[in-house]
Design a protein around this ligand. Structure first.
Ligand code: NAD
Length: 262
């Protein structure tokens, strides 16, 4: 049986860790050729070593020239670009409203919203020329509710949801679909950092974190990177050919409500 992404060329930003890494690995398993774009060179190179269908390209998504170079790398390596997953990011903490730093706001908007916008901008000419493509960005439940993350981060994720709709409508005639995924609590380094752990510590304490991450949601299991990767495979694949401008929430029921007391 052939994979769901057989013959497709994809880019995953933030592919060296967490949700991005799980997506790189699932994309590859489903038959795609994948550019893994990140700033963690050692981790990115190590993942690329596992398959000839994964290539690491150092990419700081806050730099427009890096984004352009990442798109060019896909075309140079494999002649096309079918799926762009704008996923790199972190949840930088901020403070009470009156103490929020403008620098945190600027960094957060740059890393999440500006990067996703520029990713779309540079993917469009390639996708239009080849007759279509799929762009997926990582938003968050923090872009929906008001108590799932820091203020600047939540604003950025809400902006990604609106960017998704704007781009979907403007690019539909070119058969370029644009959607986002909204993860809930997923056991990754971002979640570990929110608990005060380094990336290595978060990886060591993965099982504990997974348990903690499930405490507030209806489904009594912690979310994992692969749960988001599965949603991104669907949105990237031809199975989602009629889906554009949507936010796919993958959160164990978190935004649906609080489970009743047992
Ligand atoms: P992670 O820390 O495991 O992975 C994030 C990756 O992004 C890392 O490999 C990091 O090196 C990379 N990155 C950071 N800054 C970068 C930059 N400037 N250029 C290129 N790469 C950069 O965290 P994760 O949880 O997998 O996060 C992935 C996305 O999911 C983020 O956008 C995050 O906001 C979002 N998200 C996570 C959760 C969660 O619970 N983990 C929930 C909702 C949304």
């Amino acid at each position: 049986m052939s994979g769901r992404l057989e013959g497709k060329v994809a880019i995953v930003t933030g592919g060296a860790s967490g949700i991005g890494r799980a997506t790189v690995e699932l994309f590859e398993a489903e038959g795609a050729k994948v550019i893994l774009a990140d700033i963690q060179d050692d981790r990115g190179e190590a993942i690329a070593q596992t398959s000839p269908n994964i290539r690491y390209v150092h990419t700081d998504v806050t730099q427009e020239r890096d984004i352009k170079a990442m798109i060019d790398a896909a075309v140079e390596a494999w002649g096309r670009l079918d799926i762009l997953f704008n996923n790199a990011g972190t949840a930088e903490p901020d403070a009470e409203m009156e103490y929020i730093g403008a620098d945190v706001f600027d960094r957060t908007m740059s890393l999440h919203v500006r990067a996703a916008l520029l990713g779309i901008k540079h993917a469009v000419p390639v996708m239009r020329e080849q007759g279509g493509g799929s762009i997926v960005s990582t938003a968050s439940v923090a872009g929906i509710g008001t108590n799932y993350g820091p203020v600047c981060y939540s604003i950025a994720k809400a902006a990604i949801m609106h960017l998704t709709k704007l781009a979907a409508v403007r690019l539909a005639a070119d058969k370029i679909r644009v959607n986002c995924v909204n993860p809930g609590m997923i056991t990754t380094a971002v979640f570990g950092r929110a608990m005060g752990l380094s990336q290595d510590e978060a990886e060591e304490k993965y099982d504990v974190l997974r348990q903690v991450s499930s405490f507030a949601q209806p489904l009594p299991v912690g979310g994992e990177g692969v749960d988001i990767a599965e949603a991104v495979v669907y949105l990237g694949s031809d199975a989602a050919r009629f889906v554009t401008g949507q936010a796919l929430v993958v959160d164990g029921g978190l935004t649906a409500g609080t489970p009743p007391d047992p």
